[in-house]
Design a binder for this molecule. Structure first.
Ligand SMILES: NC(=O)c1ccc[n+]([C@@H]2O[C@H](COP(=O)([O-])OP(=O)(O)OC[C@H]3O[C@@H](n4cnc5c(N)ncnc54)[C@H](O)[C@@H]3O)[C@@H](O)[C@H]2O)c1
Ligand SMILES: O=P(O)(O)OC[C@@H](O)[C@@H](O)[C@H](O)[C@H](O)CO
Length: 461
């Protein structure tokens, strides 16, 4: 259905099975999804609906009941507002059949975890959600323990977050948590035998939904949908084909099943996400609200191209079926989509968690090869200035939304002294490890870039 009809005035009914036609709704919950945020709804839920079959999803919200409150009154239906450069369309998705808030509904959560019909437990809980203290790993381990104690049915844990080796990460976090439990050995042994943890590479740009997006759906469909999500037309999913108890026919609708996700993941995290972070920090400091505005600046577009070509590309083993030149061009075209309005500050959040995955691997590999990856270094310097100054070139505040925010601010010290900023932030071991602070040439390059960026921000302020 095309969006963009005239404004709807007066009261409109809530989105529900009686107010819109939904072609197919699965009857059985077979996927338990931890973190049904915007991305899950615009990506895995859509692939799963397209694949058909009886694969309903139960979403488990993590930090607040907000998504439960949005979805429950609409029988878990929601609209995906797909925005290309030139057109917008709406699609109502019916794959989610249930939703619950983990903290207030522990019994319902346990019932889902122990249900042998549930074959997959998937996750999109952000990079920080994998920290042992986030609560997600405990939830997963408690759920797996309950499953072992009841049906004992095999299950697949499917991470769909932007992490290197996301399957391995979640497996090792689960096994580490088992090791801390009394008699955890037996649970760990059961997990090793009954639970698979395939890695995945996921890709679709899904900015946070705004009131304007909800109003557009209301105008287009004539219903009120509180759970709208927005996405670009592009979507990609590469999945390691290692499932314990079956899966939807995702390969029939464009997902790529493979034995090794790692090279696809490296291409995506370093080319796309690394460049996204560069544009986010450099763009935000320059006063651009959105990624599209940042990439429309010729100097930043040139920096983005050179980051991908000169710094990232030499570090990659490009899979045979990826045309990397076309990929690079497509990444910039996708970022240039003006209809998405993906905010630089949204992409900038959680930098302490994202930098190691998106930019520091590239820097390490190039330094090991004896080269200085200047654009990647400038991107990291831009993050440092973003943290230290907290304002753009017009003096507008830039939020530091990061689980390490307080420590980062303290480490950055004086906001106008490049060496203090670099020394302070390089000492944050969770971000830079023990090796990078010891690299004198890298430190010098960062100080130079921070000084240059600081001068630009300070000039105008
Ligand atoms: N949005 C995108 O363009 C996109 C694209 C590819 C991959 N992803 C992946 O999906 C993740 C979520 O993106 P989104 O757009 O759905 O964001 P969102 O803010 O809409 O949803 C985030 C989800 O993660 C949960 N979460 C956040 N912090 C947590 C914590 N500390 N502990 C437990 N749960 C936590 C939230 O409860 C929520 O369910 C991203 O971090 C990324 O790994 C997103
Ligand atoms: O979702 P985040 O916060 O992990 O990262 C922000 C963006 O870089 C990211 O979501 C991209 O849009 C996405 O990875 C594209 O597939």
């Amino acid at each position: 259905m095309a969006a963009g009809g005239g404004p709807v005035t007066g009261t409109v009914p809530r989105l529900s099975p009686t107010t819109v036609d939904v072609a197919h709704r699965p009857d059985t919950v077979r996927i338990l999804h931890l973190g049904p945020g915007a991305f899950h709804r615009a990506h895995q839920a859509v692939f799963t609906e397209d694949a058909g079959g009886d694969w309903g999803i139960c979403g488990v919200t993590q930090r607040s009941p907000a998504v439960v409150d949005q979805l429950r009154p609409q029988d878990c239906l929601f609209t995906v507002l797909e925005r290309s450069h030139t057109a917008t369309s709406c699609r109502v998705v019916g794959t989610i059949r249930d939703v619950l808030f983990a903290r207030s509904e522990p019994e319902r959560l346990r019932t889902r975890f122990t249900d042998p019909e549930v074959r997959i437990v998937s996750l999109t809980v952000t990079e920080k959600g994998y920290h042992p203290d986030s609560g997600v790993i405990t939830q997963l381990v408690d759920g797996l323990a309950a499953r072992r104690a009841t049906s004992g049915a095999p299950v697949t844990v499917l991470s769909c977050d932007n992490l290197t080796g996301n399957g391995n990460v979640v497996r090792s976090r689960v096994l580490d948590a088992c090791a801390r439990l009394p008699h955890g050995d037996a649970l760990a042994a059961w997990v090793a035998d009954h639970v698979r943890f395939p890695s995945t590479m996921v890709d679709r740009i899904v900015p946070a939904t705004t009131d304007a997006d909800r109003a557009e759906v209301r105008a287009a469909l004539g219903v009120a949908d509180e759970a709208v999500v927005v996405g670009e037309p592009f979507r990609q999913w590469v999945i390691e084909d290692d499932f314990a108890a079956g899966r939807p026919a995702w390969e029939a609708v464009g997902a790529q099943l493979t034995t090794d996700v790692a090279p696809y993941e490296a291409v995506k995290l370093r080319m796309l996400n690394g460049t996204h972070s560069l544009l986010a920090y450099r763009g935000a400091l320059a006063g651009y609200d959105t990624i599209a505005e940042a990439v429309a600046d010729p100097a930043l577009a040139d920096e983005a191209v050179k980051l991908m070509e000169h710094d990232v590309l030499p570090t990659l083993t490009v899979p045979d079926d990826v045309d990397i030149t076309a990929y690079r061009k497509q990444v910039l075209e996708r970022f240039a989509n003006p209809a998405l309005r993906h905010r630089t500050t949204q992409v900038a959040m959680d930098g302490s968690q994202k930098l190691p995955l998106r930019l520091l691997g590239t820097i390490r590999d190039r330094l090991a090869a004896g080269a200085m990856p200047v654009r990647a270094v400038r991107a990291v310097a831009a993050w440092m200035v973003y943290v230290a100054v907290g304002a753009d070139r017009h003096g507008r505040p830039l939020p530091l939304d990061d689980p390490l925010a307080e420590r980062l601010r303290a480490a950055a010290g004086a906001a106008d002294a490049p060496r203090v900023i670099v020394d302070g932030l390089l000492s944050v071991g969770e971000v830079f490890g023990e090796d990078l602070p010891d690299h004198a040439a890298l430190r010098a390059a960062l100080v130079e870039s921070v000084a240059e960026l600081l001068a630009r921000v300070a000039d105008v302020r």
